[in-house]
Design a binder for this molecule. Structure first.
Ligand SMILES: [Zn+2]
Length: 110
């Protein structure tokens, strides 16, 4: 379920006449739902801040890899498994072996 951020539009300084939910608050909504125009708590007018929702679910390792991230999972003291490894990268990274460290620079320049 996406999370949207809303802001009360009728409030001045923080803490002044503010709603219990805070000036800016988050609402979980279905993508099909229309944007709220009133705060569900105090009924004051609100506006949606973010047009693009973010999904709070976890991404899988292969999704992270496709997005260009490198994810390391600690397996032992000084040993990390590169669960998003690409061609040519070591599966395990050893802290003391530079040749096993993922090609972070390559990833960034891609
Ligand atoms: Zn409110």
């Amino acid at each position: 379920m996406p999370v949207y951020e809303y802001e009360h539009t009728n409030q001045g300084k923080p803490g002044e006449g503010s709603c219990e939910r805070g000036r800016i608050f988050e609402v979980k909504q279905s993508m099909q739902d229309a944007a709220l125009t009133r705060c569900p708590h105090c009924k004051a007018p609100v506006k949606r801040i973010l047009s693009a929702p973010y999904i709070s679910s976890q991404k899988s390792n292969s999704e992270l890899r496709d997005l260009g991230f490198t994810k390391l999972v600690k397996r032992d003291d000084g040993v990390y498994e590169n669960v998003t490894r690409r061609d040519g990268e070591s599966r395990y990274m050893h802290r003391d072996k530079p040749e096993t460290i993922p090609h972070l620079h390559k990833t960034i320049s891609d």
